[in-house]
Ligand binder design. Structure first.
Ligand code: FES
Ligand SMILES: [Fe+2]
Length: 425
């Protein structure tokens, strides 16, 4: 287990890197060759999130995590040791476990009963003497670097991976004040989308599309005064919530969504005496009060964090929409073979006061695009993304024309370039 020093989340604007203005070639989103390059040089070299540490509280608990063509087996081998293995038997290649979670004293492969200890080492091989070449002692599950941070388990398919916290820096320090290890998962679903994983990342890394795709959000957030900070690999933007957009025609109106925010924060909108501009500070004060009433310590968070979306993107595909008392987590996973498809994981977490039992863990559910509603805003994004992918495949479309407000997209591509061709390779 690794820890880092807690300070408040910095609010300073990071210096702007020079990112250029060229078109981003559309082949990055549509070509199989590019997808394979990403797999070889990026996905297998970065720290990936495997899942929640609280899903494996006891020694012998395990879950699998699926990423592109690979499946990994995450195991609590000892009270303080979590390990990650490729989910494949070294005998004839059978998968050791089906996708999901469970508990094991040891891992027996169902095909010919090779058996492995929780540390991945060989435990038993039936009819071992019939392997005339001998079964080497090192016949074992293949292990990869694994660590924990924020209540999550992480793995890296690069045996020479840098330490997890070095990879996460500075986002781990920014997020530590939320105490994410104290949150419980209350929603857990995956939707298969007909789009490239990066088109989905892009859709959440700019608010330029709010006016087009989510016009109702203009009634409750400021899509113009958004601070963007681009770090070495990761980035963030800070989106003010609890006020109307400068694009919204009536700057004085306490809109219905603002009234709903007030109710959620414990304010009665019917007796509220302030104007539109007073809603956000009132929400912040009320959230502080309700956190204290629940026994939640939010003293490490600044006032803006009590109302706004401090929206963190960890390269290549993790998003934390943070809030003082809950966060909405997104993860984009590439499809094993098709650059036009991906898996979108969406999870909601709520902060639980110390000493209070966590609610029962929801069962993970997986859907195809359009099978269920995942909320109005997300439905609007998911309706749009397959159309974007189809358009990108058009002969008429050369690549992404990116404006300054969309520069997190350009930054992501720069970081990707570093893995594919540059210093991180
Ligand atoms: S493939 Fe696993 S024991 Fe044969
Ligand atoms: Fe959106």
């Amino acid at each position: 287990m690794t820890t880092s020093v807690r300070q408040g989340t910095p609010t300073e604007k990071a210096p702007e890197p020079v990112l250029g203005t060229e078109l981003i070639p559309k082949e990055r989103y549509t070509s199989k060759e590019y997808m394979e390059l990403e797999w070889e040089r990026m996905w297998t070299k970065v720290w990936n999130m495997a899942g929640r540490e609280s899903d494996i509280p006891n020694v012998g608990d395990y879950f699998t995590t699926e990423l592109g063509p690979e499946s990994l087996l995450i195991v609590r081998e000892a009270e303080d040791k979590v390990r990650a293995f490729y989910n494949v038997c070294p005998h004839r290649g059978n998968q050791i476990r089906n996708p999901g979670m469970g508990h094991a004293e040891s891992f027996q492969c169902a095909y010919h009963f090779f058996e492995f200890n929780l540390d991945g080492s060989k435990k038993f091989v039936p009819d071992e003497d019939t392997f005339t070449q001998g079964v080497p002692q090192e016949t074992a599950l293949v292990e990869v670097p694994c660590d924990t941070w924020g209540g999550f388990v992480w793995f890296n398919m690069n045996p020479d991976a840098e330490p997890l916290l070095e990879f996460l820096h500075p986002v781990n320090e920014h997020l530590d004040p939320y105490h994410m290890d104290e949150y419980a998962i209350v929603q857990d679903l995956t939707v298969e989308w007909d789009t490239n994983w990066k088109a989905s990342v892009d859709a959440f890394n700019e608010v330029y599309h709010v006016q087009g795709i989510h016009p109702q959000l203009l009634e409750s957030l400021d899509d113009i005064h958004v601070q963007i900070d681009l770090y070495e690999r990761h980035n963030r933007y800070l989106v003010p919530f609890g006020l109307v957009s400068p694009r919204y025609p009536n700057q004085k109106e306490i809109t219905q969504p603002l009234r709903e925010f007030m109710v959620a924060a414990g304010i009665d909108p019917d007796t509220f005496e302030g104007g539109m501009g007073d809603v956000r500070p009132a929400m912040q004060a009320a959230t502080k009060k309700s956190a204290a009433a629940q026994g939640l310590d939010v003293s490490e968070l600044n006032d803006d964090q009590l109302s706004d979306d401090y929206h963190y993107y960890i390269f290549p595909s993790l998003t934390f929409n943070t809030n003082a008392l809950n966060f909405l987590f997104f993860r984009q996973r590439p499809h094993p073979t098709d650059p036009n498809k991906m898996f979108f994981d969406m999870q909601t977490y709520v902060r639980i006061p110390p000493g209070v039992d966590h609610p029962p863990r929801p069962i993970h559910a997986q859907y195809k695009h359009g099978e269920i509603s995942i909320g109005l805003v997300m439905d609007q994004d998911s309706y749009n993304l397959p159309r974007v992918q189809k358009g990108m495949n058009s002969r008429a479309y050369p690549g992404l024309l990116i404006n300054y407000r969309e520069r997190r997209i350009r930054h992501m591509h720069k970081v990707l370039d570093n893995y594919l061709e540059g210093p991180d390779r």
